[in-house]
Design a protein around this ligand. Structure first.
Ligand code: AHR
Length: 508
């Protein structure tokens, strides 16, 4: 054991609201995310509701999944929504050229996605095709989804069996236009974003929250170009930003390069720390992009939406390289908890985030066995579950003292990450011990309100690359954490090496 570390928290100074939408998800037509993951079809022996896996829905409902982004990703800019409506056996096929070069039969389309969102009780986030779609195609899709009267698109929706319009608040304008979405320059894209935003109309009471495809990593020029293109942001603080309301950011964590991203399991100690340092980079990226945004948007009207984040490792051996299937370990869980700490700290600007991706792709919550169909909840899933009380709570600042660091790639990595929030008479403190070898003792110096009860949970396992399998579903699962003691300043607790701990507090 080393010198106790202290986390000072003023429980009576609530900050910005942590939108539940930072706990959002992403489902692309990629590998086994939609097909086999969410969708098995009505005739499957796997229990389903109208073709949608019941066990996946139940698992995600337990996380109170707030929103789901669809149909991509890169796929979104190849997707023509009219191919995915009407009788399934008559839908045209297409090639999914981005992901595995497989033939897509469009069995899962608009109605199936909206049905899925209703089953999940999640808000839909639909990404419109700007890369290869037309303005009128995007405009018609919004009308098809959201219009109530007898307009041509509303009538077409009714002919396909859905009378009532859906509510679709979140509307994406393109995806990675600097890459798969057209290889455009920021200056080109910004004109398209303004144009497509204009024709993505509000119908009836459905007000779209339009999200323009944003930067990758530290591409501040992209963010700056988008921010410059808004109508006067300084004018009236009560008026929404126009012509779109948010910009996005994508950032993936890997230990290697895009050519060789690093191993999902069997990694070295150095790779553990590299992953943690790169995950912590999200905080720096949010600070830098927010600083640019603040320059143009003093009233903070424009949302920052991190609609792709998570780990990206080399694919699992023997799987299709285009399917991006990877194992998910305790290390992935800590990458997630570090990201959530950053999102909580930046709650004023970060209005939504979507981990990539929900099932069977990249940093998944759920893995399904392609043969037996067995469902596995990953360590990352459990971080989402342990953090539900942060949804829509007010962020609390956590001042850390006495945290050890380790030099990684020439910079100092603090070996403890933390965040906290308060809602009414409850608070939740999140603590990630990033030290792969050493247990830590932390004093929670809790000020401003009386703490009348506490309950702690821990997520850890003997090996840093421990993971769950159909044979061992609970190798990594949250457990009650008893190593919490009263302390003159609040509470003192022990954090095992490579662990994630949450402490719920009852306040008076
Ligand atoms: O999430 C996988 C892919 O990563 C998405 O399709 C794309 O937007 C990003 O490059």
């Amino acid at each position: 054991m080393t010198t106790p570390t202290t986390a000072i928290i003023d429980l009576d100074v609530p900050g910005a609201t942590i939108s539940r939408h930072v706990y959002g998800h992403f489902a692309e037509h990629l590998g086994r995310c939609i097909y086999g993951g969410f969708w098995v079809g009505e005739d499957s022996p796997i229990p389903n509701v109208r073709g949608i896996r019941s066990d996946v829905v139940a698992a995600l409902r337990a996380l109170q999944i707030p929103n789901l982004r669809w149909p991509g990703g890169c796929f979104a800019d190849d997707y023509h929504w009219r191919d995915g409506i009407g009788p399934r056996d008559q839908r045209p096929r297409m090639v999914n050229s981005h992901w595995g070069d497989v033939v897509e039969d469009n069995a899962f389309g608009t109605h199936e996605f909206m049905d899925l969102c209703e089953l999940l009780d999640a808000v839909p986030y639909v990404s419109g095709n700007i890369g290869s779609g037309t303005v009128s195609e995007v405009s018609d899709w919004v009308e098809y989804l959201t219009r109530a009267d007898d307009s041509p698109m509303a009538a077409l929706r009714r002919a396909n069996g859905r009378d009532e319009p859906w509510r679709v608040p979140f509307w994406g304008l393109g995806n990675e236009p600097w890459g798969c979405g057209g290889n455009l320059r920021a200056e080109q894209f910004v004109s398209l974003a303004r144009q497509y935003a204009t024709y993505s109309r509000n119908h009836g009471g459905n007000d779209l929250y339009r999200i323009a495809a944003g930067a990758s990593d530290a591409d501040l020029h992209w963010t700056e170009t988008l921010m410059r293109s808004f109508d006067d942001l300084a004018a009236d603080p009560t008026e929404p930003a126009r012509p779109f309301q948010a910009v996005s950011l994508h950032y993936y964590t890997m230990t290697g390069t895009w050519a060789d991203k690093g191993h999902a399991t069997g990694f070295s100690t150095e790779e553990w720390y590299t992953a943690m340092a790169r995950a912590r980079r999200m905080d720096e990226l949010l600070t830098r992009h927010s600083t640019v945004m603040d320059r143009y948007d003093p009233h903070r009207k424009v949302g920052l939406v991190v609609d792709e984040w998570g780990t990206w490792w080399n694919v699992a051996k023997g799987t299709n390289p285009g399917f991006l299937y990877q194992q998910n370990t305790l290390r992935d869980a800590l990458v997630a908890s570090v990201h959530f700490d950053a999102f909580h700290r930046h709650a004023e600007r970060v209005v939504m985030a979507n981990i990539a991706q929900t099932v069977n792709v990249l940093q998944a919550m759920i893995l399904t066995d392609p043969d037996s169909g067995a469902l596995v909840l990953t360590p990352t899933y459990h971080v989402f579950a342990m953090n539900v009380a942060h949804h829509d709570a007010s962020a609390l600042t956590v001042h850390l003292r006495g945290v050890d660091t380790r030099t990684v790639d020439g910079s100092e990595l603090p070996l403890l990450s933390a965040s906290a929030s308060v809602k009414g008479d409850s608070a939740l403190v999140s603590l990630s011990n990033l030290d792969v070898d050493t247990d830590r003792t932390v004093v929670l110096d809790l000020r401003g309100r009386e703490v009348v009860g506490h309950e702690a949970r821990v997520l850890t396992a003997p090996a840093p690359d421990a993971h769950n399998t159909p044979e061992q579903l609970d190798a990594v699962a949250p457990a009650a954490h008893g190593a919490v003691r009263p302390h003159p300043r609040g509470l003192e607790l022990d954090l095992p090496a490579h662990s994630y701990v949450t402490v719920s507090l009852n306040l008076r």
